[in-house]
Design a protein around this ligand. Sequence first.
Ligand code: ZN
Length: 251
Amino acid sequence: MSLFQIPPPTRFDLRFSIVGIPVRVHPLFWLIAVLFGASSNSIPGLLIWVIAIFISILIHELGHALAMRRHGQGSQIILHFAGGLTIPESMAWGGGYASVAITANQQIFISLAGPFAGFLLATLLLVVSALLGGTIIPNFVLGIIPFPIVFLPIGELATTFVMSMLWVNIFWGIVNLMPVNPLDGGTVARNILIQYDPWNGVRTSLWLSVITGALIAIAGFVFLRSTYMAFLFGLLAFQSYQALQAGSGRG
Ligand SMILES: [Zn+2]
């Protein structure tokens, strides 16, 4: 799901396709990837970060795209300045709605497939690291989010790559599962709630989004000292609040 509108194509877009799914990378995607890696103290370290973010977001979106395909829905992946986005084919070609009717449970499956593709990738990386003779030390962020420390004997850059991949795929994968609109967890929560309460499910999911978003913004700032998380989740909570005020009740 996207925080913003679909960015229009530019002549600097990178286009390719993977397992039959078209991918478009907007030039601003690279800018945000570089900003995320800016704390690296070397050019190779920065490049490793950019590659790790590119692969991780692509695999996440591929999870969504393959889950859509399983339900007969073609799609297109767009990587842009606010992350990634998998849109149904009919929308990609200018139509306003999906060509295939997706049920609430199918939508839950599609939404979960993104973060779980990332968890699978992180698990594979840990297995490969172990096979390469790496040292894996169990570790938790805030005491609950698993973030194992890995040392690889094949070099510092390989270690940086694996650690970056684990961080993006595990930490952000879990954050993305929080019931906040328009994160994947928000879509899951909405599709669960509307099944129990078709009348007020969307409103309830928006209130859940406001409260959870605000709590994560505070927790991110206080415990992780992350201005970015505080800003992002503060903005998402505010957007959900605005949607409630508008009374549109649309997802
Ligand atoms: Zn997603």
